[in-house]
Design a binder for this molecule. Sequence first.
Ligand SMILES: Cc1cc2nc3c(=O)[nH]c(=O)nc-3n(C[C@H](O)[C@H](O)[C@H](O)COP(=O)(O)OP(=O)(O)OC[C@H]3O[C@@H](n4cnc5c(N)ncnc54)[C@H](O)[C@@H]3O)c2cc1C
Length: 427
Amino acid sequence: MPTQQVYWHTTTQMPDDSNPAPLPEEVDVAILGGGYTGLSAARTLAKHGVKVAVLEANTIGWGASSRNGGMVLTGLKLGMQTVMQKYGRDLAKRLFQCSLEAIDAVEQIVTEENIDCGFARCGHLLAANRPGHFEALQAEAEFMEREFDHRLRLVSRLEQRAEIGTDLYHGALLDDRSAGLNPARCAAGLAEAAEKAGATLHARARATKLERRAKRFLVETERGSLRAESVLAATSAYTGSVTRNLQRKMIPIGSFIIATEELSEDLVKELIPNGRMVFDYKHYLNYFRLWGNRMIFGGRAAFFPETSKTIRRSAEILRREMIRIFPQLEGVNVEYMWGGTLDFAFDMMIHAGEMNGIYYSLGYAGHGVAMATYLGRTIAEAMIKGNVQEHPFASFPFPGAPLGLYNGFPWFLPFAGAWHKFLDWIE
Ligand SMILES: Cc1cc2nc3c(=O)[nH]c(=O)nc-3n(C[C@H](O)[C@H](O)[C@H](O)COP(=O)(O)OP(=O)(O)OC[C@H]3O[C@@H](n4cnc5c(N)ncnc54)[C@H](O)[C@@H]3O)c2cc1C
């Protein structure tokens, strides 16, 4: 039986919370959430001489930032054809450019701060589950080259074994600008960098109340209160009632991962010979990559966020899926299983900006390794310059639930799950 532990946590020392620093009385900026968004913003603000405290409800890096697949991807959750239809050519180009800059930003920060997280431009593969998906990938490749001057390479089913050790897929699309890293090491490294720049990090300091007093906020936490000139909500899928207006715009969706025992070198070379980050075309998608000779295999096996029960059930589903794709892994032990929560806005877009005096950046929908790190930095820069409204991800509406029928509890997820299963069946 695999252990319910985040495998990544065994590969690094996450920041120590045994002796948490006392809260300062007053700061310029209080950041809620100690993941990529919060830590990257804290690093940038502190480097500009801003007095900043990161308040984290659990331990620093506890959220999705140390549990994810470590895929540093180009683009957004919504395909760029859809983005262009919805927002027009100019904004679509700007947003896609941000996604490329985001990967450069991760690379630059990791290099500058000496973060030993194995960042590598290994590229990603989007694999076709059906022949019709491959036709859609062909159209996508043409569109991306024509409109965005972004070159992608089609890998036919015949060539596929050179990239993925399976015959299950009907070809794939390769984007060699994408990268991969060890997410927990990246989060731990960002925390160290933020502290080095002068930010203070406070684990076990869940913000429980925000009160506007004259030009300042009184931020109450589980460990006392502090005053802050500005507040940045970097709480992603874990956004709670302390920022109720944001909570009502975010849908928390579970995503789950298993990690196998270490595999032989020969098997590793056969499974993903070029070390790509791989995900497939389904709505209930599978994503997988290698790290330290282990297969790290994730997917949306259940829609509800992680509990011991959803993790166990998902791990069984994921193991079956993994063996369906790679029958070579039939006898291999799964050693770790865990889950985390993804943040989806109702339009599946990332949103950054300011609402009722509170700054925010969230809605990464599975693209946060690059985008949260980058947007943490850019929202911080915009806060310093006072031009957040000009931020590209602030330039379109941030919708809530249709008819306002949502208070933060995603009652509709079973229906959405069934709908996505149906789409996977017919498409
Ligand atoms: C299983 C899984 C796999 C994923 N795989 C990928 C991938 O391969 N590539 C990719 O790009 N993205 C992936 N993602 C998404 C990515 O991990 C996230 O988008 C990203 O980590 C978000 O970073 P963040 O800092 O905004 O939020 P988080 O890292 O989730 O941090 C938010 C923090 O806010 C804290 N918090 C909440 N409320 C409060 C409060 N009131 N006071 C103080 N603190 C509070 C929480 O404790 C949490 O630690 C994945 C996510 C999951 C769950």
